[in-house]
Design a protein around this ligand. Structure first.
Ligand SMILES: Nc1ncnc2c1ncn2[C@@H]1O[C@H](COP(=O)(O)OP(=O)(O)OP(=O)(O)O)[C@@H](O)[C@H]1O
Ligand SMILES: [Mg+2]
Length: 235
């Protein structure tokens, strides 16, 4: 399929299915996920541990593939793309925050954040200038030269968020980006996401367990039994 998205969508997932095998046992995880995000939209996903939130984000980002269904990101059909093409789409249009930060251990905080822009062939001085700015915005202007091993868990998480934002992607997928943070740092990060979505039209899809953050999202969805449902406070 090579359907073009309606111009209002940055992400469209239709009837996404995924299962894994544990030995010979089939473990169904996603069972027909439908999801659409518009520019500037902030959408939260909540759900029990093991409900498939990370698996879904990986598929939406093209880090993994669906068994069935369609994923379209800024007009690009992820299912029809090779893994190299998916990486190029991700690099150009997406920011991804892994549940485990996945920073490159031999690179400093600044180099880690500048990497997506360098891959997009931006000059080093330009990439590092905007990376400094975003690291400053997440409260890490004083940690630019630190290697990940010399950062605290919360600092590493903030570097990972800065890396996902610095190249000004149209869509950010973030897997529990405030999971390791104190309340003040979590609020600072969420405020940054809100201002970027409002100023630049960046869309955010964020997995979170932090119910105190939910009011900052336009929509809250639950992943339950492999499907997306609207969240109700009774959940
Ligand atoms: N590569 C894999 N092989 C086999 N099973 C897997 C694999 N990846 C994930 N699973 C299973 O899929 C289910 C969903 O995992 P996933 O990591 O997506 O959950 P999650 O909702 O992100 O959980 P958490 O809130 O704990 O991060 C789990 O039961 C997990 O064991
Ligand atoms: Mg997870």
């Amino acid at each position: 399929m090579n359907e073009k998205l309606p111009p209002s969508s940055v992400l469209q997932a239709v009837d996404v299915h995924k299962h894994f095998y544990q030995g010979s046992t089939e473990v169904p995880v996603l069972n027909g996920v439908d999801l659409e995000l518009e520019p500037g939209e902030r959408v939260a996903i909540i759900g029990r541990s093991g409900s498939g939130k990370s698996s879904l984000l990986h598929i939406l980002a093209g880090l993994d593939t669906a068994d069935r269904g369609h994923v379209n990101v800024v007009g690009e059909d992820m299912g029809g793309a090779s893994s190299e093409q998916r990486a190029a789409i991700r690099c150009a249009h997406m920011g991804f925050v892994y549940q485990q930060h996945h920073l490159l251990p031999e690179f400093s905080a600044l180099e880690n954040v500048a990497l997506p822009q360098r891959l997009n062939r931006l000059e080093k001085s330009v990439a590092e200038a905007s990376s400094r700015e975003i690291l400053d915005a997440v409260g890490l202007g004083h940690r630019l030269e630190h290697l990940p091993s010399a950062l605290s868990g919360g600092e590493r998480q903030r570097v990972a968020v800065a890396r996902a934002l610095a190249h000004q992607p149209r869509l950010v997928l973030a897997d529990e980006p405030t999971g390791n943070l104190d309340q003040a740092s979590a609020v600072q990060l969420m405020d940054l996401m809100v201002s970027l979505s409002e100023a630049n039209g960046t869309a955010f899809l964020v997995v979170t367990h932090d119910v105190s953050m939910l009011h900052r999202f336009h929509r809250v969805l639950t992943l339950n039994a492999g499907r997306i449902e609207a969240y109700s406070h009774d959940d």
